[in-house]
Design a protein around this ligand. Structure first.
Ligand SMILES: [Zn+2]
Length: 294
């Protein structure tokens, strides 16, 4: 009898573990409220502990709010969670890779949120390898902004940025928010002319290239990043004494006003990375989840 009961219990566990849920957001009623999300998933993630479950729900909520029309569904199968994108790209939520280098190279959805981006002014030395926003899931970005050069080019629009025509991706309102930045920057320049030298002769936006010394596509390849003008560029690899000193210099030489305008419009700033890149601003709405509502 006990043996039979054991077998029955084992069957139950196997059944629950293998049960899959396919939840289609477009037809659903829930996705703007975290409480509703939580209620829906409450009993559907038996393979996650409480902390991991909370993280997953938070991250799902941030992504749904930042890319709502691009995420079709979430598929939970055999203890694994997949994001199904609008074009049916299937992306694993957590690949359980946690080392810094591997995470940069193989970022899953979960690693996008590995480090939190802060919008307040940083006046401490950043911890080693603290680079919020540098963990990008390429499949995710491709699915939103274009799968290849041809598709991305098709999604680019021209924007007049302080006298220069630049290309930016129109998907997910990226170009819309760059235009908004430009208008607010113009207003700021009117009050403070000294800002102008950072905004003219900019280094560029769209550039179908990989990140230096890697095979990963840069945010510039998707047309969602802009490099402003600053001479000399304070890029961590060019900064000779970087290892001996710290990256405070990148934070203090840059006008806060410009950073704040970009952040207000969902652009993260490369100056807030341990491996800093102070001319770099990148449209990443999901990094602002707990600060603003779109
Ligand atoms: Zn850049």
């Amino acid at each position: 009898m006990i043996k039979l009961l054991n077998i029955f219990l084992l069957c139950c566990v196997v059944f629950l573990y293998n049960k899959s849920y396919y939840f289609n957001w477009n037809k659903a009623y829930i996705y703007r409220k975290p409480q509703v999300l939580y209620r829906f998933f409450k009993n559907k993630l038996p393979f996650l502990n409480k902390k991991k479950k909370t993280n997953f729900l938070k991250e799902l909520y941030y992504l749904l709010n930042s890319y709502s029309t691009f995420i079709r569904a979430v598929d939970i199968t055999r203890g694994k969670i997949y994001f199904i994108m609008e074009d049916y790209t299937r992306i694993l939520y957590d690949n359980h890779i946690h080392s810094y280098r591997e995470m940069l190279a193989h970022a899953d959805i979960h690693s996008i949120f590995y480090q939190q981006y802060f919008t307040n002014k940083i006046n401490i030395q950043l911890p080693r390898n603290y680079n919020p926003g540098r963990y990008r899931n390429e499949k995710f970005l491709e699915s939103v902004y274009g799968h290849n050069l041809q598709e991305i080019k098709y999604n680019l629009v021209k924007i007049n940025f302080f006298g220069r025509k630049v290309l930016f991706n129109k998907k997910n309102k990226a170009a819309f928010y760059l235009k908004k930045c430009r208008d607010e920057l113009k207003e700021a320049v009117r009050k403070d002319r000294s800002l102008l030298r950072y905004l003219t002769n900019i280094k560029g936006t769209f550039n179908y290239r990989c990140i230096r010394h890697t095979k990963r596509l840069s945010a510039h390849a998707f047309g969602i990043a802009i490099d402003l003008d600053l001479s000399p560029p304070y890029y961590w690899k060019q900064y000779k004494f970087y290892k001996k000193k710290n990256n405070k210099i990148s934070v203090y030489v840059y006008p806060d006003k410009i950073v704040r305008i970009f952040e207000k419009n969902y652009f993260i700033w490369g100056g807030k990375w341990y491996h800093f890149d102070t001319i770099h601003f990148e449209y990443r709405p999901e990094m602002f989840y707990n600060l603003t509502e779109k």
